[in-house]
Design a protein around this ligand. Structure first.
Ligand SMILES: [Zn+2]
Length: 252
């Protein structure tokens, strides 16, 4: 599942291709919006909120979410695509570029005034200019019995953490993800670790994993064998979380 940093990076790549450019073509390959045509209009700006990407085009907004497998490609006009055409959900053309969103989990065209309906529920954005850690902690604490590993994934609490960074942030903060939110000694430190990891991932273009995906390998801090735990509260969610049982003592 792509995390906030993937979406942020996608937006950064898309901006030079689209912002301030007039659309010469707009092909939405989702039945409900197949007749929407924004060509002739100019893309005003591209913004991210958590894992959501919003392209503002006049009074319309193209709202997309990468979900599991989504990706954005930018091609010169006439170039061959590197993914099959049937996976394209939206194709936006300018005179200089063709931008294709493949396998997007959400593709919809909204009135700009409707944005709040799709992103209004989101908690503070870890990568946003208006990041508000106190608000994020207050939202996390509203459900004190919930395991913190699940609360961190809930985008209503704070937006941007996916399955990888919940494992990594809990490891950095030495918190077992099964710990109830109300029993985590320093939630501010925990989410600050998540923010730093996401920010580093954007800067370096890659993510060095401490525990995620490293089951049965030694902990980079204490050499104890890393364990993989099943932790999910919805059937569609990614389930596994990785911990060092010594660095992250189990809740009592
Ligand atoms: Zn350890």
């Amino acid at each position: 599942m792509p995390e906030g940093d993937s979406v942020w990076r996608a937006a950064k790549r898309l901006r030079p291709a689209l912002e301030g450019k007039q659309l010469t073509g707009c092909d939405v390959r989702v039945p409900r919006f197949a007749t929407v045509d924004l060509s002739g209009r100019t893309v005003d700006e591209i913004v991210t909120r958590g894992k959501h990407l919003l392209m503002r085009v006049g009074d319309a907004t193209i709202h997309t979410h990468l979900k599991m497998e989504g990706e954005w490609h930018i091609y010169p006009p006439g170039a061959r695509w590197r993914r099959p055409a049937y996976r394209a959900r939206i194709v936006l053309s300018t005179k200089d570029a063709v931008v294709v969103g493949f396998s997007l989990g959400i593709t919809e065209i909204l009135a700009r005034s409707e944005e709040d309906r799709v992103i209004g529920h989101l908690g503070p954005d870890l990568l946003g200019a208006d990041w508000d850690p106190d608000e994020a902690v207050a939202r996390l604490r509203s459900d004190p019995l919930r395991p913190v590993g699940l609360a961190l994934l809930d985008q209503r609490n704070l937006a941007g953490i996916g399955n990888i960074f919940r494992s990594e942030a809990c490891f950095m903060a030495r918190v077992d993800p099964r710990t109830a939110v109300g029993d985590v000694a320093d939630l501010h430190a925990l989410i600050e670790h998540a923010r730093i990891l996401l920010t580093q991932s954007i800067r370096t273009q890659r993510h060095r994993s401490y525990v995620y995906g490293r089951a049965r390998l030694p902990c980079p801090r204490c050499r104890t064998t890393i364990r993989k735990l099943d932790q999910s509260d919805s059937p569609s969610a990614e389930r596994y979380v990785f911990i060092c049982p010594k660095c992250q003592p189990a809740p009592t």
